[in-house]
Design a protein around this ligand. Structure first.
Ligand SMILES: NC(=O)c1ccc[n+]([C@@H]2O[C@H](COP(=O)([O-])OP(=O)(O)OC[C@H]3O[C@@H](n4cnc5c(N)ncnc54)[C@H](O)[C@@H]3O)[C@@H](O)[C@H]2O)c1
Length: 346
Protein backbone atom coordinates (compact mmCIF):
# COMPACT_ATOMS: atom_id res chain seq x y z
CA UNK A 1 0.00 0.00 0.00
CA UNK A 2 1.16 3.53 -0.57
CA UNK A 3 1.49 5.89 2.34
CA UNK A 4 0.77 9.61 2.39
CA UNK A 5 3.57 11.74 3.86
CA UNK A 6 2.75 15.16 5.30
CA UNK A 7 5.05 17.75 6.84
CA UNK A 8 4.08 19.82 9.86
CA UNK A 9 2.00 18.99 12.93
CA UNK A 10 -0.29 21.97 12.13
CA UNK A 11 -1.77 19.80 9.34
CA UNK A 12 -3.04 17.09 11.69
CA UNK A 13 -6.40 18.70 12.44
CA UNK A 14 -7.16 19.25 8.75
CA UNK A 15 -6.24 15.63 8.02
CA UNK A 16 -8.55 14.37 10.77
CA UNK A 17 -11.36 16.55 9.42
CA UNK A 18 -10.73 15.30 5.89
CA UNK A 19 -11.08 11.77 7.24
CA UNK A 20 -14.40 12.75 8.82
CA UNK A 21 -13.10 11.69 12.22
CA UNK A 22 -15.70 11.54 15.01
CA UNK A 23 -13.30 10.47 17.77
CA UNK A 24 -9.65 9.45 17.62
CA UNK A 25 -7.59 7.18 19.82
CA UNK A 26 -4.37 8.95 20.76
CA UNK A 27 -1.68 6.33 21.41
CA UNK A 28 1.30 7.94 23.14
CA UNK A 29 3.64 7.22 26.02
CA UNK A 30 4.64 9.10 29.17
CA UNK A 31 6.90 11.50 27.24
CA UNK A 32 3.83 13.01 25.52
CA UNK A 33 3.39 15.64 28.23
CA UNK A 34 6.91 17.00 27.51
CA UNK A 35 6.46 17.25 23.74
CA UNK A 36 6.33 20.67 22.08
CA UNK A 37 3.55 19.34 19.79
CA UNK A 38 1.31 18.41 22.75
CA UNK A 39 -0.79 21.60 22.79
CA UNK A 40 -1.42 21.46 19.04
CA UNK A 41 -2.72 17.90 19.38
CA UNK A 42 -4.73 18.48 22.57
CA UNK A 43 -6.37 21.60 21.12
CA UNK A 44 -7.77 19.78 18.09
CA UNK A 45 -11.53 20.35 18.07
CA UNK A 46 -12.38 16.67 17.65
CA UNK A 47 -12.93 14.42 20.71
CA UNK A 48 -10.19 11.96 21.57
CA UNK A 49 -9.30 9.27 24.11
CA UNK A 50 -5.76 8.66 25.29
CA UNK A 51 -4.13 5.24 25.56
CA UNK A 52 -0.76 5.41 27.29
CA UNK A 53 -0.70 2.34 29.54
CA UNK A 54 2.44 0.71 28.14
CA UNK A 55 6.22 0.85 28.47
CA UNK A 56 9.18 1.14 26.10
CA UNK A 57 9.82 -2.22 24.39
CA UNK A 58 6.06 -2.75 24.91
CA UNK A 59 4.27 -5.84 26.16
CA UNK A 60 1.67 -7.51 23.97
CA UNK A 61 -0.67 -7.75 26.99
CA UNK A 62 -0.65 -3.95 27.33
CA UNK A 63 -1.63 -3.45 23.70
CA UNK A 64 -4.64 -5.71 24.32
CA UNK A 65 -5.93 -3.15 26.85
CA UNK A 66 -5.73 -0.59 24.06
CA UNK A 67 -7.94 -2.77 21.85
CA UNK A 68 -10.64 -2.77 24.54
CA UNK A 69 -10.45 1.03 24.83
CA UNK A 70 -10.62 1.51 21.04
CA UNK A 71 -13.76 -0.64 20.78
CA UNK A 72 -15.44 0.73 23.92
CA UNK A 73 -14.87 4.37 22.90
CA UNK A 74 -15.84 3.68 19.27
CA UNK A 75 -12.84 5.57 17.89
CA UNK A 76 -12.64 5.76 14.11
CA UNK A 77 -8.99 6.87 13.65
CA UNK A 78 -5.78 6.01 15.55
CA UNK A 79 -3.23 8.80 15.98
CA UNK A 80 0.08 7.29 17.13
CA UNK A 81 2.53 9.82 18.58
CA UNK A 82 5.90 8.60 19.81
CA UNK A 83 8.91 6.43 19.12
CA UNK A 84 8.87 2.86 17.86
CA UNK A 85 7.27 1.69 21.11
CA UNK A 86 4.15 3.87 20.74
CA UNK A 87 3.90 3.29 16.99
CA UNK A 88 4.14 -0.47 17.45
CA UNK A 89 1.48 -0.44 20.19
CA UNK A 90 -0.84 1.48 17.83
CA UNK A 91 -0.18 -1.01 15.04
CA UNK A 92 -0.74 -3.94 17.43
CA UNK A 93 -4.06 -2.44 18.55
CA UNK A 94 -5.20 -2.24 14.94
CA UNK A 95 -4.04 -5.79 14.21
CA UNK A 96 -5.65 -7.33 17.31
CA UNK A 97 -8.90 -5.37 16.99
CA UNK A 98 -9.44 -6.87 13.55
CA UNK A 99 -11.06 -3.65 12.34
CA UNK A 100 -10.06 -1.58 9.36
CA UNK A 101 -9.17 1.80 10.85
CA UNK A 102 -6.75 4.43 9.54
CA UNK A 103 -3.53 5.09 11.46
CA UNK A 104 -1.82 8.46 11.41
CA UNK A 105 1.76 8.09 12.67
CA UNK A 106 3.69 11.01 14.15
CA UNK A 107 7.22 9.74 14.92
CA UNK A 108 8.94 11.54 17.81
CA UNK A 109 12.24 9.66 17.62
CA UNK A 110 14.40 9.45 14.49
CA UNK A 111 15.21 5.79 14.62
CA UNK A 112 13.01 2.80 14.00
CA UNK A 113 11.16 3.92 10.88
CA UNK A 114 8.24 1.93 12.32
CA UNK A 115 5.93 4.57 10.79
CA UNK A 116 6.65 2.91 7.42
CA UNK A 117 6.94 -0.78 8.26
CA UNK A 118 4.55 -3.70 8.50
CA UNK A 119 6.51 -5.00 11.48
CA UNK A 120 5.37 -4.84 15.10
CA UNK A 121 7.80 -5.62 17.93
CA UNK A 122 6.17 -6.53 21.24
CA UNK A 123 7.32 -8.70 24.12
CA UNK A 124 5.62 -11.60 25.88
CA UNK A 125 7.21 -13.42 28.85
CA UNK A 126 10.57 -11.69 28.22
CA UNK A 127 10.72 -12.85 24.61
CA UNK A 128 10.28 -10.81 21.50
CA UNK A 129 7.26 -11.48 19.30
CA UNK A 130 7.35 -10.33 15.68
CA UNK A 131 3.89 -9.58 14.39
CA UNK A 132 2.32 -7.50 11.68
CA UNK A 133 1.32 -7.44 8.04
CA UNK A 134 0.69 -4.91 5.28
CA UNK A 135 -2.59 -3.76 6.86
CA UNK A 136 -0.85 -2.17 9.85
CA UNK A 137 1.44 0.11 7.83
CA UNK A 138 0.27 3.59 8.87
CA UNK A 139 -1.84 5.21 6.15
CA UNK A 140 -0.47 8.68 6.93
CA UNK A 141 2.88 9.79 8.31
CA UNK A 142 3.16 13.27 9.72
CA UNK A 143 6.74 14.51 10.13
CA UNK A 144 7.54 17.22 12.65
CA UNK A 145 11.34 17.16 13.21
CA UNK A 146 11.10 19.98 15.79
CA UNK A 147 9.75 17.33 18.18
CA UNK A 148 13.27 15.87 18.46
CA UNK A 149 14.36 18.89 20.53
CA UNK A 150 13.12 17.26 23.73
CA UNK A 151 14.51 13.80 22.98
CA UNK A 152 17.25 13.18 25.60
CA UNK A 153 20.76 13.03 24.13
CA UNK A 154 21.30 9.35 24.98
CA UNK A 155 17.96 8.46 23.29
CA UNK A 156 18.96 10.54 20.26
CA UNK A 157 22.15 8.49 19.96
CA UNK A 158 20.44 5.12 20.47
CA UNK A 159 17.58 5.78 18.07
CA UNK A 160 19.83 7.23 15.37
CA UNK A 161 22.20 4.26 15.65
CA UNK A 162 19.23 1.93 15.24
CA UNK A 163 18.38 3.67 11.97
CA UNK A 164 21.99 3.48 10.81
CA UNK A 165 22.19 -0.24 11.66
CA UNK A 166 18.90 -0.84 9.84
CA UNK A 167 20.33 0.89 6.77
CA UNK A 168 23.50 -1.22 6.87
CA UNK A 169 21.79 -4.55 7.66
CA UNK A 170 19.10 -3.98 5.07
CA UNK A 171 21.74 -3.45 2.40
CA UNK A 172 23.41 -6.82 3.05
CA UNK A 173 20.18 -8.73 3.83
CA UNK A 174 19.57 -11.71 1.54
CA UNK A 175 16.06 -10.30 0.96
CA UNK A 176 17.33 -6.95 -0.32
CA UNK A 177 16.10 -5.84 -3.74
CA UNK A 178 16.72 -2.83 -5.95
CA UNK A 179 14.20 -0.68 -4.09
CA UNK A 180 15.30 -1.64 -0.59
CA UNK A 181 18.92 -0.86 -1.57
CA UNK A 182 17.91 2.57 -2.87
CA UNK A 183 16.24 3.25 0.49
CA UNK A 184 19.04 1.81 2.62
CA UNK A 185 21.70 3.70 0.72
CA UNK A 186 19.74 6.94 1.20
CA UNK A 187 19.45 6.15 4.92
CA UNK A 188 23.21 5.50 5.26
CA UNK A 189 24.16 8.64 3.34
CA UNK A 190 21.70 10.97 5.09
CA UNK A 191 22.64 9.68 8.53
CA UNK A 192 26.43 9.73 8.12
CA UNK A 193 26.33 13.23 6.59
CA UNK A 194 24.23 14.69 9.41
CA UNK A 195 24.90 12.62 12.53
CA UNK A 196 27.51 14.84 14.14
CA UNK A 197 25.54 18.06 13.66
CA UNK A 198 22.44 16.31 15.01
CA UNK A 199 24.13 14.80 18.05
CA UNK A 200 26.79 17.36 18.89
CA UNK A 201 25.22 20.63 17.77
CA UNK A 202 21.50 19.89 18.07
CA UNK A 203 21.16 21.41 14.61
CA UNK A 204 17.56 21.68 13.34
CA UNK A 205 18.15 21.00 9.67
CA UNK A 206 20.33 18.01 10.61
CA UNK A 207 17.43 16.69 12.75
CA UNK A 208 15.17 16.91 9.71
CA UNK A 209 17.66 14.90 7.62
CA UNK A 210 18.09 12.27 10.34
CA UNK A 211 14.31 11.88 10.58
CA UNK A 212 14.22 11.43 6.80
CA UNK A 213 17.10 8.94 6.96
CA UNK A 214 15.37 6.97 9.71
CA UNK A 215 12.24 6.78 7.61
CA UNK A 216 14.23 5.46 4.64
CA UNK A 217 15.78 2.84 6.92
CA UNK A 218 12.25 1.76 7.86
CA UNK A 219 11.17 1.57 4.24
CA UNK A 220 14.28 -0.49 3.51
CA UNK A 221 13.67 -3.08 6.26
CA UNK A 222 10.01 -3.23 5.34
CA UNK A 223 11.24 -5.00 2.20
CA UNK A 224 14.44 -6.74 3.33
CA UNK A 225 13.94 -7.23 7.09
CA UNK A 226 16.84 -6.91 9.48
CA UNK A 227 19.59 -9.49 9.96
CA UNK A 228 21.94 -10.97 12.58
CA UNK A 229 22.76 -7.81 14.57
CA UNK A 230 19.06 -7.23 15.21
CA UNK A 231 18.45 -10.93 15.87
CA UNK A 232 21.23 -10.93 18.47
CA UNK A 233 20.06 -7.69 20.11
CA UNK A 234 16.64 -8.63 21.46
CA UNK A 235 17.80 -10.77 24.37
CA UNK A 236 20.41 -8.13 25.28
CA UNK A 237 17.54 -5.64 25.55
CA UNK A 238 15.48 -7.84 27.86
CA UNK A 239 18.40 -9.24 29.93
CA UNK A 240 20.32 -6.00 30.48
CA UNK A 241 17.50 -3.49 30.03
CA UNK A 242 19.24 -1.77 27.13
CA UNK A 243 17.39 0.55 24.73
CA UNK A 244 16.79 -1.20 21.41
CA UNK A 245 19.23 0.98 19.42
CA UNK A 246 21.99 0.57 22.00
CA UNK A 247 21.63 -3.23 21.96
CA UNK A 248 21.71 -3.40 18.15
CA UNK A 249 24.66 -1.01 17.87
CA UNK A 250 26.93 -3.09 20.14
CA UNK A 251 26.11 -6.26 18.15
CA UNK A 252 26.68 -4.80 14.69
CA UNK A 253 30.52 -4.47 14.67
CA UNK A 254 30.93 -8.07 15.88
CA UNK A 255 28.58 -9.40 13.21
CA UNK A 256 30.24 -7.28 10.54
CA UNK A 257 33.80 -8.34 11.53
CA UNK A 258 32.79 -12.01 11.69
CA UNK A 259 31.23 -11.78 8.22
CA UNK A 260 34.38 -10.17 6.77
CA UNK A 261 36.45 -12.92 8.38
CA UNK A 262 34.22 -15.74 7.09
CA UNK A 263 33.92 -14.36 3.56
CA UNK A 264 37.42 -15.56 2.70
CA UNK A 265 36.49 -16.28 -0.91
CA UNK A 266 35.43 -12.66 -1.30
CA UNK A 267 31.92 -13.45 -2.59
CA UNK A 268 30.53 -10.51 -0.63
CA UNK A 269 33.41 -8.08 -1.14
CA UNK A 270 31.56 -5.96 -3.71
CA UNK A 271 28.55 -5.65 -1.39
CA UNK A 272 30.70 -4.70 1.60
CA UNK A 273 32.57 -2.14 -0.54
CA UNK A 274 29.27 -0.53 -1.60
CA UNK A 275 28.24 -0.23 2.05
CA UNK A 276 31.62 1.29 2.96
CA UNK A 277 31.23 3.81 0.13
CA UNK A 278 27.73 4.82 1.26
CA UNK A 279 29.19 5.42 4.72
CA UNK A 280 32.00 7.53 3.25
CA UNK A 281 34.75 4.97 4.03
CA UNK A 282 37.33 3.56 1.63
CA UNK A 283 37.28 -0.13 2.60
CA UNK A 284 34.95 -2.51 4.49
CA UNK A 285 37.54 -2.77 7.29
CA UNK A 286 37.65 1.05 7.58
CA UNK A 287 33.87 1.08 7.80
CA UNK A 288 33.84 -1.34 10.75
CA UNK A 289 36.58 0.62 12.54
CA UNK A 290 34.72 3.88 11.87
CA UNK A 291 31.53 2.40 13.34
CA UNK A 292 33.41 1.24 16.46
CA UNK A 293 34.89 4.74 16.84
CA UNK A 294 31.42 6.29 16.58
CA UNK A 295 30.27 4.08 19.47
CA UNK A 296 33.24 5.01 21.61
CA UNK A 297 32.91 8.73 20.78
CA UNK A 298 29.19 8.66 21.66
CA UNK A 299 29.84 6.70 24.86
CA UNK A 300 27.78 3.68 23.78
CA UNK A 301 29.30 0.95 25.94
CA UNK A 302 29.00 -2.82 25.84
CA UNK A 303 26.91 -4.34 28.65
CA UNK A 304 28.49 -6.22 31.56
CA UNK A 305 27.42 -9.69 32.60
CA UNK A 306 25.02 -9.56 35.54
CA UNK A 307 26.22 -12.82 37.14
CA UNK A 308 27.59 -16.07 35.68
CA UNK A 309 29.11 -14.77 32.44
CA UNK A 310 29.42 -18.16 30.67
CA UNK A 311 25.82 -19.06 31.52
CA UNK A 312 24.60 -15.70 30.22
CA UNK A 313 26.52 -16.16 26.96
CA UNK A 314 24.84 -19.56 26.51
CA UNK A 315 21.40 -18.07 27.21
CA UNK A 316 22.04 -15.28 24.73
CA UNK A 317 23.26 -17.63 21.99
CA UNK A 318 20.25 -19.91 22.48
CA UNK A 319 17.85 -16.95 22.23
CA UNK A 320 18.75 -15.97 18.67
CA UNK A 321 15.87 -16.52 16.29
CA UNK A 322 17.13 -18.82 13.49
CA UNK A 323 14.59 -17.41 11.02
CA UNK A 324 15.98 -13.89 11.42
CA UNK A 325 19.55 -15.23 11.17
CA UNK A 326 18.69 -16.67 7.76
CA UNK A 327 18.36 -13.10 6.44
CA UNK A 328 22.08 -12.71 7.02
CA UNK A 329 24.31 -13.27 3.96
CA UNK A 330 26.73 -15.32 6.11
CA UNK A 331 25.44 -18.08 8.39
CA UNK A 332 26.77 -18.47 11.94
CA UNK A 333 27.20 -21.60 14.04
CA UNK A 334 26.20 -21.65 17.69
CA UNK A 335 29.86 -21.50 18.71
CA UNK A 336 30.35 -18.40 16.52
CA UNK A 337 27.33 -16.78 18.17
CA UNK A 338 28.91 -17.53 21.55
CA UNK A 339 32.22 -16.12 20.35
CA UNK A 340 30.53 -12.88 19.28
CA UNK A 341 28.52 -12.59 22.52
CA UNK A 342 31.77 -13.28 24.38
CA UNK A 343 33.22 -10.14 22.81
CA UNK A 344 30.04 -8.10 23.29
CA UNK A 345 29.63 -8.93 26.98
CA UNK A 346 32.16 -7.27 29.24
N1 LIG B 1 8.12 -1.85 14.00
C1 LIG B 1 9.32 -1.68 13.51
O1 LIG B 1 9.53 -1.71 12.30
C2 LIG B 1 10.47 -1.46 14.46
C3 LIG B 1 11.76 -1.27 13.95
C4 LIG B 1 12.79 -1.08 14.86
C5 LIG B 1 12.51 -1.07 16.22
N2 LIG B 1 11.24 -1.26 16.68
C6 LIG B 1 10.89 -1.25 18.11
O2 LIG B 1 10.72 0.11 18.53
C7 LIG B 1 11.00 0.21 19.93
C8 LIG B 1 12.04 1.29 20.17
O3 LIG B 1 11.57 2.52 19.68
P1 LIG B 1 12.46 3.85 19.85
O4 LIG B 1 13.88 3.50 19.73
O5 LIG B 1 11.89 4.86 18.94
O6 LIG B 1 12.25 4.25 21.37
P2 LIG B 1 10.95 4.40 22.29
O7 LIG B 1 9.73 4.59 21.50
O8 LIG B 1 10.97 3.28 23.27
O9 LIG B 1 11.30 5.78 23.02
C9 LIG B 1 12.48 5.87 23.80
C10 LIG B 1 12.25 6.85 24.95
O10 LIG B 1 12.24 8.18 24.45
C11 LIG B 1 11.06 8.87 24.88
N3 LIG B 1 10.73 9.81 23.82
C12 LIG B 1 10.33 9.50 22.55
N4 LIG B 1 10.26 10.63 21.82
C13 LIG B 1 10.58 11.66 22.63
C14 LIG B 1 10.74 13.07 22.44
N5 LIG B 1 10.58 13.62 21.24
N6 LIG B 1 11.07 13.82 23.51
C15 LIG B 1 11.30 13.24 24.72
N7 LIG B 1 11.24 11.93 24.96
C16 LIG B 1 10.88 11.14 23.91
C17 LIG B 1 10.04 7.75 25.12
O11 LIG B 1 9.07 8.18 26.04
C18 LIG B 1 10.94 6.66 25.69
O12 LIG B 1 11.16 6.87 27.06
C19 LIG B 1 11.51 -1.16 20.35
O13 LIG B 1 10.46 -1.89 20.94
C20 LIG B 1 11.96 -1.78 19.05
O14 LIG B 1 11.99 -3.18 19.08
C21 LIG B 1 10.23 -1.44 15.81
Amino acid sequence: MSQIFINGIENLEKLLNDLNTKKFLLVCDASFRFLNIRDTIENIAIPHTVFDAFTSNPLHDDAEKGVKLLLREKCDVIVAVGGGSSLDVAKCIKLDSGISIPIIAVPTTAGTGSESTRHIVVYRNGSKESLGNESVIPDYVLFEPGVLKTLPLYQKKCTMLDALCQGIESYWSVNADVNSRIYSEKAMRLITANMDSYIKENDESAAEKIMEGANYSGRAINISQTTAAHAMSYKLTSMYNLPHGHAVAVCLPEVWSMMLKKDCEGKLTALFCEIAKALGRSTPQDAVEWFKNVLSEYGIKNPSAAGDREHEITLLAESVNPVRLKNNPVQFTESELKEMYGRILK
